[in-house]
Design a protein around this ligand. Structure first.
Ligand SMILES: NC(=O)c1ccc[n+]([C@@H]2O[C@H](COP(=O)([O-])OP(=O)(O)OC[C@H]3O[C@@H](n4cnc5c(N)ncnc54)[C@H](O)[C@@H]3O)[C@@H](O)[C@H]2O)c1
Length: 319
């Protein structure tokens, strides 16, 4: 499937990953509708495209079925990226997480079924879906074992995607992303470190024991892999999307501190294997399946962290 010139819906298109995806879809001369309730983002991320008329923005909620139905009408592919994307919030309020992340996804699938739209790309999550995996790096074939409501919601959605393919012929590509970093992200460990250090450049509180090891991916690679896979695959399929590199939280903190030009920062650990309830202490995705399609990451983790920190400085100021 070639996306160029197609009509597409991006839910969550004002958000971090969604807005970078929209940038690329506009480049491909697609007609893009964005549905976003702006609960976790601002219009600023796609303002240029909206002003130029390349993107139609509908401010609305995926929980509102009638609204979703209007947005789905006349599109050929749906990129479903709208979500409550905070693991900790899913732990403190699992019902609301369910309403947005599961019920919202069913609304999108139902709207597609009733409008005869046959292709969805779903933003799933590798780390939280596998949970504390018994095999690391973790391949797609390992059964999900989520340890947070957020991870459970992503796993549940994938089960529905499989069923909607069998029952109604809606083909879905589910992408189990690693931790994605880069400009416009307003959550995650690097963002958290930046603001803590802005408040006090002498010390840094690190959640957990700092030994949590995870894989990260720069946002341009994430979007590039996403578009590559949409054009290469069909039917219901699942891919890990990440890199083969990994870092401990402590190593990551050291890179952030250095890029911010700081010295002698004292690290304070809150202790425990995970930083919070639902945190996965070891998360590494096996990306062999992705690589077999002829794609590999271009930006190293270290370079990605540095680029993101430089963006944070430009946006919110040096320390
Ligand atoms: N960032 C990561 O590391 C990562 C990793 C794995 C998966 N994901 C998934 O990728 C997708 C995008 O994540 P992100 O990091 O860009 O998050 P984000 O919070 O920046 O983007 C999510 C967008 O969805 C919108 N939204 C939230 N609730 C909504 C609702 N009820 N109706 C309509 N819009 C709503 C928000 O306003 C926001 O613009 C999400 O599905 C997330 O779960 C992200």
């Amino acid at each position: 499937m070639k996306l160029s010139g197609m009509s597409l819906l991006v839910t969550g298109g004002c958000g971090f990953i969604g807005s970078h995806l929209v940038d690329e879809l506009v480049e491909k001369k697609c007609d893009v509708v964005v549905l976003d309730n702006l609960s976790g983002s601002t219009v600023e991320n796609i303002e240029g495209h909206v002003k130029s008329g390349r993107v139609k923005l509908v401010v609305g909620d995926v929980k509102d079925y009638e609204k979703v139905k209007k947005c789905v009408k006349d599109v050929e592919v749906v990129f479903h990226f709208a979500a409550q994307a905070d693991v900790r919030r899913s732990v403190s309020d699992p019902r609301s997480d369910y309403e947005i992340n599961v019920h919202g996804t069913i609304n999108v699938l139902e709207a597609m079924r009733n409008s005869d739209v046959k292709r969805m790309v779903f933003a799933s999550s590798g780390g939280t879906l596998y949970g504390e995996a018994i095999q690391v790096p973790t391949p797609e074939s390992l059964a999900p074992h989520p340890i947070s409501p957020y991870g459970a919601a992503k796993a549940a959605c994938e089960m529905y995607l499989s069923a909607y393919y069998s029952c109604y012929g809606i083909s879905s590509l589910s992408l189990r992303y690693a931790n994605i970093i880069g400009p416009r992200s307003t959550h995650g460990v690097i963002y958290d470190f930046y603001w803590k250090l802005k408040k006090d450049p002498k010390k840094l509180e690190i959640l957990g024991d700092g030994k949590q090891r995870k894989s990260y991916m720069y946002v341009s690679d994430c979007v590039d892999a996403t578009l590559h896979l949409v054009e290469k695959t069909d039917g219901f399929d699942v891919f890990n999307v990440g890199s083969e590199e990994s870092l401990t939280v402590r190593e990551l903190a050291e890179i952030v501190v250095k890029e911010l030009g700081l010295n002698d920062v004292e690290f304070h650990y809150t202790g425990g294997r995970g930083g919070w309830v639902g945190d996965v202490p070891l998360s590494l995705l096996d990306i062999s399946k992705l690589k077999k399609t002829g794609w590999k990451p271009k930006v190293t983790i270290e370079e990605g962290i540095k680029r993101y920190v430089r963006w944070l400085i430009t946006k919110y100021g040096a320390l």
